[in-house]
Every structure is written in structure tokens, then in C-alpha cells.
Design a protein around this ligand. Structure first.
Ligand SMILES: [Zn+2]
Length: 428
């Protein structure tokens, strides 16, 4: 594939601090009006249809919060207030067989919240200091609600940037997708605890620079566990929430720079679940993650989301030159990784627009377009963003070891040009 050479963009820390400073401990008035506005608890409207892709695109482009869909099971889910149900059904009229109203389950406290993830990472780094490091991406003081954004680097000689290929994956860019954080947490645990005893894990850690961002939206994740368990966006509150505004924040997965606002599928006001921000990479989280992507230039990249059992690849504005190349690893993933029914070959795979919808400004597109990665989004689980913990947590994270393990293996052993990608001007 072609590697696009891009100069390293270093975010201005002063700009980040100025942007975020108003968030830490302030904005109580905005918070109060926001809480008032969301007292009427949304429901999920599930449309049963043989053509979920068409209905999903239609509703998403109309601005509805499509939380997930499944081609295999034939449904599209939309988060909606109860009083919006009739108008929503009218908009979908003729495109579904039946619909039902589902309560949004409260998030199970056994899922990992922001503090628990931070403590977990600290314990891993303390136990494995030679191969694991916590790397701050945005200081807590520069976040809107004071939760540090960090990555975990796992590699031998972890304190050194070695000439080894990089692999990057991230979880919980959307806060409410709590299973994704478990996948990253499990990967951190699996790679560090099996190093030195499992030959394959040892080879991965010795020969690759592995980067994992377990909670890419830590302010949002904290809010999922403390205030609103279906929260999706970050916690940027300076865009003027009012009592009629039930959503406030920027969708980090519409805020990345490479194809920001270049096709339909993004929100333009802070009341939109897919609000793309005032400008490309306007958010401190986006700037930091994009900076990491462009610095380490991963060969493979996964952005974990939920739900619907999709494996999709760039771009979310249409097919790219490497479409057929990107399909190869996706086919391997589809035939190696089990879906919730315990089967392989049951993922819905394809270009994002072809099988899901148009959605510019995504992190996978930026990883592909600006950092040259073979980038994938994996939508976990079949029926909801808060799957029953006891039933699904362990089986899901164990199945995903086959997914990230496959791409990690290809990072080292796959048919590709191997090495680090350097900036042509700076050789950094
Ligand atoms: Zn998501």
C-alpha cells in the first residue's frame, strides 16, 4: 500500500490547556440544565428489517442516534426519547417489518470505570516495568473533566523507541461502549502476564511496539458510570447547552482531521450525537490520539466500537485505493474470530459506507489516510452496548484475542514491507 508522508503535527499544549481549562470543576450551571433535560430517560427503538443497512443509513443521515444494527439478526436500534417514537416510526415507515421499544439497561458496575482502569494500568506497569509503560497523552488538568488520557506501550526495552513495527489499537472512543474497554484491558493483561512464558506473546512483545489506548474518551467514560450510562461523546461543554439540548459534547469519531466533514454523516451543532466539533481535530483527545498515530505510524490499527458484529475499513466517505488489500485481513478476521453465536464467518465486513453508513472524521480513516495504517473498526457484540457482564464479558474479550492477535502477528510476520515509517523531511 502507499504510505502517505505527512509532517508530524505537534499540538500546541497551550492551545489544549486554553481549550480545556474551563471544564475542570466548572460549568456547574450548564451541568444542571443538562441534567434537567435528560430526566426523561431515552429508550432504544428496535426496527426489525431484512435490510438493516438501508434503514440504518437513512436514519443516521436524518440525525438519529443509531446505536447499532445487525445484518445477521436483521435489526436497527435507535436511541430516542419516548415522545419521539411516533415521528421516528413515521420516518422509517415502509422500511421495517415491526418495531419494539427496549429499555436501556443500566451499566453493570462490574464493567471497568475510569479510575479502575487507571489503577489497573498502574498495577500492570508496576509489575512489568521492563515491558509496560503508561504514556500520558493529555494531562488530567487539560481535560474537560479532569480524567487523564493515556496510552499503554508494551514492548521489550519499553522506554526506547526501537526500530520495530508498531501496532495501535484503542477502545471506548464512544464512552458507552463499555465492552470495548474490557477488550483493551484484557489485551494489556494478556500480553504482559504471558510474556516470557508464551512463545508467541514473547515474540510479539520483543518484535513490535504495541500501543493500546484502553479508554480513548476518559471523561465520557467517567460520566457513563456517574451520570448517564448511554453517553457517547466527550465532555466538551463550552458549546452552549440549553434545556432543550439533551446532548452536549463532541463525537470524537467525527472530529479527526483526514476527511473531516468531507461527506454526509456528521452533526453541526452541539445538540447532535455526531457533532463533529467546531473545526477538524478541535478536541484535546483527538489532537493527542492523532499525534500518537502520526508519531508511531502503526502498520495495523483497530478502533473498537460496539455493536452489531461489523468489521469495516476506510474510508467512511467511500472506497479507497487499497480497498482490496484492506479486505484481505478483514476476511482473515472474519474467518478466525467468533461472533456472539460462537461461529466464524458471521461478521458483516466491508467498506464503512458500503455496509454501515457515511461518517467522515473517524479515527480509522485518519489512521489510514494520515498515518498510513491498515485500519479497521470492529463493532463488538450483537445486541447492545451494555451486554450482560456475566454472560458476555469473558467470552468476548477471549474471542477478540484472535482478532488483535492476528493483526499483531501480521505486523511482525505478515506479507508486508516491514519496519518503521519515518517522516521524509525530519527522519523522525
Ligand atoms: Zn462507537
Amino acid at each position: 500500500m502507499k504510505k502517505k508522508v505527512t509532517k508530524l503535527l505537534v499540538p500546541s499544549m497551550a492551545a489544549l490547556i486554553a481549550l480545556a481549562a474551563a471544564g475542570c470543576g466548572e460549568n456547574a450551571e450548564v451541568e444542571s440544565s443538562l441534567e434537567k433535560a435528560i430526566t426523561e430517560r431515552p429508550v432504544i427503538v428496535r426496527f426489525h428489517t431484512d435490510s438493516p443497512s438501508k434503514l440504518r443509513k437513512r436514519l443516521q443521515l436524518a440525525g438519529h442516534d443509531v446505536s447499532g444494527s445487525s445484518k445477521r439478526l436483521g435489526f436497527v436500534d435507535v436511541v430516542s426519547r419516548p415522545d419521539e417514537l411516533d415521528s421516528l416510526a413515521a420516518r422509517a415507515k415502509g422500511r421495517y417489518e415491526s418495531f419494539e421499544r427496549l429499555a436501556i439497561p443500566k451499566v453493570d458496575a462490574r464493567y471497568t470505570d475510569t479510575q479502575e482502569m487507571s489503577d489497573f494500568v498502574d498495577s500492570v506497569v508496576a509489575a512489568h516495568p521492563d515491558i509496560a509503560a503508561r504514556v500520558t497523552l493529555v494531562d488530567a488538568s487539560s481535560m474537560f473533566e479532569c480524567h487523564e488520557l493515556y496510552a499503554v506501550k508494551i514492548s521489550d526495552n519499553v522506554s526506547v523507541d526501537e526500530n520495530e513495527p508498531a501496532f495501535l489499537f484503542e477502545c471506548q472512543l464512544h464512552a458507552r461502549e463499555v465492552m470495548t474497554g474490557e477488550v483493551c484491558k484484557d489485551a494489556i493483561d494478556f500480553l504482559t502476564s504471558n510474556y516470557g512464558t508464551d512463545p508467541q506473546v514473547t515474540s510479539w512483545v520483543d518484535n513490535a511496539e504495541i500501543w493500546i489506548i484502553p479508554q480513548a474518551n476518559p471523561d465520557g467514560v467517567a460520566y457513563v458510570f456517574s451520570g448517564n450510562d448511554w453517553w457517547r461523546t466527550n465532555r466538551h461543554k463550552s458549546c452552549g447547552c440549553t434545556e432543550t439540548c439533551t446532548v452536549c459534547g463532541v463525537d470524537q469519531n467525527r472530529n479527526f482531521e483526514w476527511n473531516w466533514r468531507q461527506c454526509p454523516g456528521y452533526g453541526t451543532s452541539c445538540g447532535d450525537e455526531t457533532y463533529s466539533g467546531d473545526s477538524a481535530a478541535s478536541e484535546p483527545e483527538t489532537q493527542a490520539i492523532k499525534g500518537l498515530m502520526e508519531r508511531v505510524r502503526p502498520l495495523y490499527y483497530i478502533d473498537y466500537h460496539s455493536y452489531g458484529e461489523y468489521i469495516v475499513w476506510p474510508s467512511a466517505c467511500g472506497r479507497v485505493d487499497e480497498h482490496d488489500l484492506l479486505r484481505i485481513a478483514a476476511e482473515l478476521l472474519n474467518h478466525s474470530v467468533e461472533t456472539d453465536d460462537g461461529q466464524t464467518g458471521h461478521w458483516t465486513i466491508g467498506n464503512t459506507v458500503d455496509v454501515m453508513y457515511s461518517a467522515p472524521g473517524g479515527s480509522d480513516d485518519h489512521a489510514y489516510g494520515a498515518a498510513g495504517a491498515m485500519a479497521y473498526t470492529i463493532e463488538l457484540n450483537s445486541t447492545g452496548f451494555h451486554p450482560d457482564y456475566a454472560q458476555w464479558r469473558d467470552v468476548t474479550v477471549q474471542r477478540q484475542r484472535a482478532a488483535w492477535g492476528l493483526l499483531l502477528d501480521r505486523t511482525i510476520n505478515g506479507p508486508s514491507i516491514r519496519g518503521r515509517v519515518l517522516d521524509a523531511d525530519t527522519l523522525q
